[in-house]
Write a new protein. Structure first.
Length: 384
């Protein structure tokens, strides 16, 4: 099996597994319990919190552990907007780009039932928010702005986020970014981005599923999503997942330690893959390319094969032992074309002819060559 779907999830890092092993094999007590096993569990959770906070350059108390990226996004968007309106009742607008992950988009849209005004901002051909629409959405009635840091489908990095964040905060709005796909692939420092809320998760960078986090700038109020026992300083009730949080901390540390070298290695493999596709498959097109090397994550290739049936091509690759995707893993299995690519202005027929190949820590040059050896004749077979 050649695994080229690292943006959907990543193999567990050995460092994460080793850190988790004692808590999986032995007693992972409730961290809220006051006895010795409970205190040991609490200490493990707090060590992981401090470890991640140090790597992000933030305070440990600013991190809220969650079950993953979707919950972190929902807590930021819904919890942030509700708290903002509680303080200033006229703040009812929640703005987000048309290229957001469904976790952000659906959270924002759900707020309409509570009297909020969800505003979806149009994007350009690379999936970046249009400046005029962004400026129009920001005023004294804006509760929250959410802009993704790195797109999960195309890998496009929003390098204009700090400027957008500054404009939103200038009118008193909260700013959230979904950094789920970015962390572990490019440097992520909340202070440099200028945001108030930042979501991320463990399984996109070699950690276990079931552990994510939301960074909330000190002083940022959040309305909890549900009532609970007051864990995470009253921001997220529920018993902490000790083994997953410990593994999460170890994975973030391991990813950060080799970030620069690994990004260069994977980026070179990605570039070789794209060059090979363009040379061997007539008409193929890479999506999301920018003018600068850092305009995309080094891990993603969104490629359109005009005339091909993407779902058939995906199945043909699977039968040959290659795992890729047609876009966001959360939307797989649905007949609807990618909302992100449609928002970028791509015709529906071309969206359906687009696949996402994503690479990571375990990707090798041999795997790249294996995919390239298969693609040309499979594309021909799957083209009408």
């Amino acid at each position: 099996m050649v695994y080229a779907d690292h943006h959907a999830t990543t193999p567990l890092r050995p460092e994460a597994l080793e850190a988790m092993r004692p808590w999986l094999a032995g007693l992972a007590a409730n961290p809220s319990s006051l006895h010795a096993p409970g205190r040991a569990a609490r200490a493990a959770v707090e060590r992981a919190r401090e470890r991640i906070a140090t790597l992000l350059g933030v305070r440990p108390e600013e991190l809220v552990f969650t079950s993953g990226g979707t919950e972190s996004d929902a807590l930021a968007v819904c919890g942030g907007a509700r708290a903002a309106r509680d303080e200033e009742p006229l703040r009812t607008r929640v703005a987000f780009s048309a290229a957001e992950h469904a976790a952000v988009r659906e959270a924002a849209r759900s707020l309409a039932t509570e009297g909020f005004e969800p505003v979806e901002l149009p994007v350009d051909a690379r999936g970046l928010p249009c400046r005029d629409a962004l400026a129009e959405a920001l005023d004294g009635g804006t509760a929250l702005l959410s802009l993704i840091l790195a797109n999960n489908e195309t890998g496009v990095v929003n390098r204009g986020l700090p400027q957008a964040a500054a404009a939103a905060r200038a009118v008193g709005a909260l700013v959230h970014t979904d950094a789920v796909q970015a962390l572990g692939k490019v440097p992520v420092r909340p202070a440099e981005l200028g945001v108030d809320l930042l979501s991320f998760t463990g399984h996109k960078l070699g950690g276990p599923k079931g552990a994510g986090a939301l960074w909330a700038r000190a002083g940022t109020r959040l309305a909890p999503l549900f009532a609970g026992g007051g864990q995470e300083r009253g921001r997220r009730g529920g018993t902490e997942n000790v083994p997953a949080i410990v593994g999460f901390g170890a994975a973030v540390a391991a990813a950060d330690a080799g970030l620069s070298a690994e990004a260069a290695r994977i980026g070179a493999l990605r570039d070789a893959f794209e060059a090979g596709v363009l040379a061997r498959v007539p008409g193929a097109r890479v999506n999301g390319c920018g003018a600068e090397p850092g305009d995309r994550l080094p891990t993603a290739s969104s490629i359109t094969f005009p005339g091909a049936d993407g779902e058939t091509l995906l199945a043909a690759l699977d039968l040959e032992g290659v795992a890729a995707s047609s876009g966001s893993a959360c939307a797989s299995g649905t007949p609807a074309p990618s909302r992100v690519l449609l928002a970028c202005g791509m015709p529906a027929a071309e969206v359906k002819a687009t696949l996402r190949f994503s690479f990571g820590r375990t990707t090798t040059a041999g795997e790249i060559e294996a995919i390239l050896a298969l693609l040309p004749h499979l594309v021909v077979r799957c083209t009408a």
